[in-house]
Design a protein around this ligand. Structure first.
Ligand code: 3UK
Length: 526
C-alpha cells in the first residue's frame, strides 16, 4: 500500500479499515482532496468574516503553519497548546502540527487562568497559540507558571500566526508517523483533581469518521456541517472539522457564543444540512421559535450529545422543524459518539444502539455483566479510544481497563435493546453539555468570606436539564438574604467558567455528612 493511505471496505459491517505502515492522518484529511480534484471546493465558511477557504487554500495554509510550528518548536516536546476560537486558523494549526509531526492540544476556551496554568505545566508544552479574546486569561496563567513555553503566538494581529505563516514555505512533506503514533491530546476534567490529557492516535480520527460519521450518520460530500459545540470539544472537533474533511464536505464556523439567534442566523444564511447541538441549546432554540419562526428548511438532520436529550425536546423539535434530533453518547476519551440513534432506528429518551465498530458492556460492582434490563456501569471498546492519560498512571488504570473504557456512566438496555442513560457514577454534572465539577463550584463558594461550607448538586430545570444547585452554610446564619444569594452568584460567575454558576442558592443550617465527614451530595438531590 502506498504511504499514508487508508483503505475502507464498507461492504462489511463494521467497515474494515486498513492503514499503510507509514501513515500521517493529515494526508487523507488535507492533501488527498487536491489529488481528488477538490481544490476549488469550499472547505470552510467563516461566518465572522464572511471568508470562504477552499481545499486548495486549506492545504497551502496547513503546510505553511506546519513549517512555522516546526521551526519554532525546534528540539522540544513538540506539544502545542491551542486556546483558539472556532476560525480557519484552528484548522491550520491543528493539521499543520500533525502533518509536521507535532502534537496539537486544543483547550476549552472557557477555562480560567488556574486551569491553563496547570495544563501548561502538566503538558510541558513547546508552544502556546491563543486567540485575542483569551489574551488576559493566558497571560495570567503564564505569569504564575513554572513552565515557560518556547513560543507564544496570537492568531491575529502583528507577529501573529497569520503574519508569520506568509513567510513560511508552502511545501511540507508529512512526518512519517504510523496509525498508532501519538497524534493529539484533549484535556478532560474529573470531579476531583486537575484536568487530565487524553492521548489520541492518528487512527482514532479515522475510526470516528468511518464508523460514526459515514456509516451511522451518513455524512456525505454535499453536506454543510454546522456545530454549535465548539471545535475544542471532541464533539465539535468531529462535527465541524474531521467529519466534513473526511468526505470533502463544507464546515461553517463562528467564534461567537452559540445562542438561538446566532445559530438561526447562520442556518438561514449558510443553509447547513447537518446541525450539531446540545440539549440545553435545543431547549432554548425551541423557546425562541415560539416567539419568532425561522427558516430551518436546509437541515436534513440534527444531532445532540454531551448530556441526555429529554424525549420531550425531541418531540417538540420534530413537530416544529420536521427534523429528527439523533441523540448519541460520546466522550473525550472515546473521541466521539459510540452509542447512537440513527435516522432509521431511533427511540426518543434513549441513547440508541451501539455504533458498529464499538462494543458495549454494562457491568455490576464486581465487573460482571448485569442481567438484561438491569442498570450498571457502562464500558465500551473501540478503535478510537485514548491510549492513556498523560502523566497520570492512576487515572489511566481506573479508566482504561484491559482495552475497555470505563465511561463512568450508569446505563441499562431496555426490552428492545436501546441504551438508556441513568446518570453518572460520580458526582460530576454536565451543564449545557460541558463538564462541571461540584467540588470546583463548592471551592469557589467557600472562598467568599461569609461562607462556611457549601455543597453543590445537579437539579433538573423545567426542560429536565441538569443545572447546578448550591446548599450553603453561612458563618453567621443571620446573614442569609436574597441580596447575599445574588452576591454569591456574582462571586461564582467571576471566578469560574461562566456556565458553572449555581442557578439556585439555598441557605441551610448544616450539610448531611458521613461519619467520616464526607458530604453526602446524593441526600441533597431533589
Ligand atoms: C455524558 C451523555 C447522556 C456522559 C462528547 C459526543 O460529551 C462528550 O464528551 P465529554 O468528555 O463527556 C462525556 C460524558 O458526557 N454524555 C455525553 N453524551 C451524552 N450522557 N446522553 C448523551 N447523549 O456522562 C459521558 O460519559 O465532555 C459527546 C462526542 C464527543 C464527546 N467528547
Amino acid at each position: 500500500m502506498q504511504q499514508h493511505t487508508v483503505l475502507v471496505d464498507s461492504s462489511v459491517s463494521p467497515s474494515r479499515i486498513e492503514y499503510a505502515e507509514v501513515f500521517n492522518v493529515a494526508v487523507p484529511f488535507i492533501d488527498q482532496h487536491i489529488d481528488e480534484g477538490r481544490g476549488w471546493k469550499t472547505a470552510i465558511i467563516n461566518d465572522d468574516t464572511g471568508d470562504a477557504i477552499t481545499y486548495a487554500q486549506l492545504e497551502d495554509r496547513v503546510n505553511r503553519c506546519g513549517n512555522l510550528l516546526r521551526s519554532l518548536a525546534g528540539e522540544s516536546s513538540g506539544r502545542v497548546l491551542m486556546v483558539v476560537k472556532d476560525c480557519p486558523e484552528f484548522f491550520f494549526l491543528f493539521w499543520g502540527a500533525i502533518k509536521a509531526g507535532l502534537i496539537p492540544i486544543p483547550l476549552n476556551t472557557l477555562l480560567r487562568a488556574g486551569d491553563y496554568r496547570h495544563i501548561i505545566e502538566d503538558s510541558e508544552c513547546a508552544g502556546l497559540v491563543y486567540s485575542e479574546e483569551y489574551r488576559g486569561e493566558v497571560a495570567r496563567a503564564l505569569a504564575g507558571s513554572d513552565h515557560q513555553p518556547r513560543f507564544i503566538l496570537c492568531t491575529e494581529g502583528p507577529s501573529s500566526v497569520a503574519d508569520m505563516m506568509e513567510e513560511a514555505s508552502a511545501m511540507l512533506a508529512p512526518a512519517e508517523t504510523s496509525a498508532d503514533s501519538e497524534c493529539f491530546w484533549l484535556y478532560s476534567s474529573g470531579s476531583t483533581g486537575r484536568p487530565k490529557g487524553a492521548v489520541h492516535r492518528h487512527r482514532d480520527i479515522v475510526t470516528t469518521c468511518v464508523h460514526y460519521a459515514a456509516d451511522t450518520l451518513g455524512v456525505v460530500e454535499d453536506d454543510i456541517c454546522f456545530s454549535a459545540a465548539k471545535l475544542f470539544f471532541a464533539y465539535g472537533l468531529g462535527n465541524a472539522m474531521t467529519f466534513p474533511l473526511w468526505v470533502g464536505a463544507t464546515a461553517v464556523l463562528s467564534g461567537q457564543r452559540p445562542t438561538p439567534e446566532m445559530t438561526f442566523d447562520i442556518i438561514e444564511q449558510h443553509r447547513p444540512t447537518l446541525f450539531f447541538g446540545v440539549p440545553t441549546l435545543y431547549a432554548a432554540q425551541l423557546r425562541a421559535l415560539d416567539e419568532t419562526p425561522r427558516n430551518l428548511s436546509s437541515l436534513r438532520c440534527c444531532v445532540s450529545a454531551g448530556e441526555a436529550l429529554p424525549a420531550d425536546i425531541f418531540r417538540r423539535w420534530q413537530e416544529r422543524t420536521g427534523t429528527l434530533i439523533l441523540d448519541g453518547i460520546g466522550s473525550t476519551e472515546a473521541l466521539h459518539i459510540f452509542i447512537s440513534n440513527t435516522a432509521e432506528d431511533y427511540r426518543p429518551g434513549t441513547s440508541g444502539r451501539v455504533v458498529p465498530g464499538y462494543e458495549a458492556r454494562i457491568v455490576d460492582e464486581e465487573g460482571d455483566p448485569v442481567k438484561p434490563g438491569e442498570t450498571g456501569r457502562l464500558f465500551i471498546r473501540g478503535d478510537s479510544t485514548a491510549t492513556h492519560y498523560w502523566n497520570n498512571a492512576e487515572r489511566t488504570a481506573q479508566t482504561m481497563v484491559d482495552g475497555w473504557l470505563n465511561t463512568g456512566d450508569t446505563y441499562y438496555q431496555d426490552n428492545d435493546g436501546y441504551y438508556v442513560y441513568c446518570g453518572r457514577s460520580d458526582d460530576m454534572l454536565k451543564v449545557g453539555g460541558i463538564w462541571c465539577s461540584p467540588v470546583e463550584i463548592e471551592g469557589r463558594l467557600i472562598e467568599h468570606t461569609q461562607v462556611l461550607e457549601a455543597a453543590v448538586v445537579g437539579r433538573a430545570d423545567a426542560d429536565e436539564l441538569i443545572k447546578p444547585e448550591a446548599f450553603v452554610v453561612l458563618k453567621d446564619a443571620g446573614d442569609a438574604s436574597d441580596a447575599l444569594a445574588d452576591e454569591l452568584l456574582e462571586h461564582c460567575k467571576e471566578g469560574l467558567a461562566r456556565y458553572k454558576y449555581p442557578r439556585w442558592v439555598n441557605f441551610v443550617e448544616d450539610l448531611p455528612k458521613t461519619a467520616t465527614g464526607k458530604v453526602q451530595r446524593y441526600r441533597l438531590r431533589s
